[in-house]
Design a protein around this ligand. Structure first.
Ligand SMILES: *Cc1c(COP(=O)(O)O)cnc(C)c1O
Length: 352
């Protein structure tokens, strides 16, 4: 894991959104990159961090992270409020249950509330017609000291979709003259500058880790991948024309072929749906997956190394040379899911 890449990507996302402040989204263990390590790396630049639930925030506070932390879904049960107020957690408020619980709570410090509007995603938030009333309720509570307006895009990764513009207009229009800062952009909207200059806060996530949720061609500066998912060749053999490889012989040699076995499989988080031909990078050369990915291993083409002993060769599954987005696309998933899917068995190491 290259931590400096995450810092560069954060600063780049922030520069695209200037003068907005940026919540570094490090939920789900920083998309599999290690929340504490990433938070420490960004501690001197990040305006705040974003996580999904209080357990993730507690982990960061216990590790000594002092920046504000936004709970992107707020609290789930009222008993979380005491910790939230005592530990400077910012809190999304998206339904009447939360408003009632907050109003009934006894807190030592008032909290910073991020009032969420459902502007079209239909996942969390108050509908536009309910929004002013929710704002009114919050603004009169002694438990609240600041309100930020928040919403989330459903289709910002699809540049041809009209919904990003529609959601933005609806959100801004509904806020109207209500006081408070505004936040709506995720990574896709930051990269496509969908709301540039119109909000005070952005919430970059996947972009921090160097994977673009939109077509790379649209980005001025290449993102830096932070993660290299890599291992070694543990076995090699030469098979004959007509021989099948792996479970169900999903790949068959059409000529005598040297193949290798790699010590990573779907139990490590490599996608089982990666088809024949999915690129891998071996000892400085591009190669490909052959046959079905198994639990602990997968097979690759070594025909470019016919004369060499390949045991111990480095294999990159994704990183600087193999785009995680390409592997994701071939496997009919997304980079987010591949990053978050790495399992406990995969050991992480960090460089600056
Ligand atoms: C996860 C999340 C983000 C970050 O999304 P990316 O697509 O990774 O940039 C932003 N806002 C909310 C509410 C989120 O849940």
């Amino acid at each position: 894991m290259k931590l400096s890449a995450i810092k560069e990507n954060y600063l780049y996302a922030k520069s695209l959104s200037a003068p907005a402040k940026a919540i570094a989204t490090i939920k789900a263990n920083a998309y599999g990159h290690g929340a504490i390590e990433v938070a420490n790396e960004l501690a001197d630049v990040a305006d705040a961090f974003g996580v999904a639930c209080i357990e993730e925030a507690i982990e960061l506070r216990d590790a000594g992270i002092t920046q504000p932390i936004l709970l992107l879904e707020g609290f789930f049960t009222a008993d979380e409020l005491v910790y939230i107020s005592e530990n400077n957690l910012w809190c999304a408020i998206h339904n009447q249950f939360q408003l009632d619980a907050l109003k009934a709570s006894e807190l030592s410090q008032p909290i910073n509330a991020w009032l969420k509007m459902d502007s079209g995603m239909h996942r969390l938030g108050f509908l536009p017609e309910e929004y002013a009333d929710a704002y009114q309720q919050l603004s009169t509570m002694k438990q609240v000291n600041n309100i930020v307006h928040m919403s989330h895009f459903s289709s910002a990764d699809d540049l041809s979709s009209p919904s990003t513009k529609q959601q933005t207009e609806l959100f801004i229009e509904t806020i109207g003259k209500l006081p408070g800062e505004v936040s709506i952009a995720n990574s896709s909207a930051i990269l496509s500058k969908a709301v540039a200059g119109r909000t005070q806060w952005v919430r970059p996530g996947i972009v921090l880790y160097g994977a673009s949720p939109i077509d790379d061609q649209q980005i001025a500066k290449p993102l830096k991948p932070a993660m290299t998912f890599a291992t070694k060749i543990i076995s090699q053999r030469t098979i004959n024309k007509g021989d099948g490889v792996g479970y169900n012989a999903l790949w068959m040699a059409d000529k005598t072929t040297k193949i290798g076995t790699v010590s990573i499989g779907y139990a490590d988080g490599y996608p089982r749906h990666a088809p024949n031909g999915t690129p891998v990078f071996i000892n400085g050369k591009k190669s490909q997956v052959l046959g079905r990915v198994s639990m602990d291993m997968l097979m690759v083409d070594l025909s470019m190394f016919e004369q060499q002993d390949c045991i111990g060769f480095d294999v990159e599954l994704w990183g600087d040379n193999i785009s995680v987005c390409e592997v994701a696309k071939l496997s009919e998933t997304i980079s987010y899911s591949l990053f978050c899917g790495l399992t406990r068995r995969v050991s992480k190491s960090y460089t600056k």
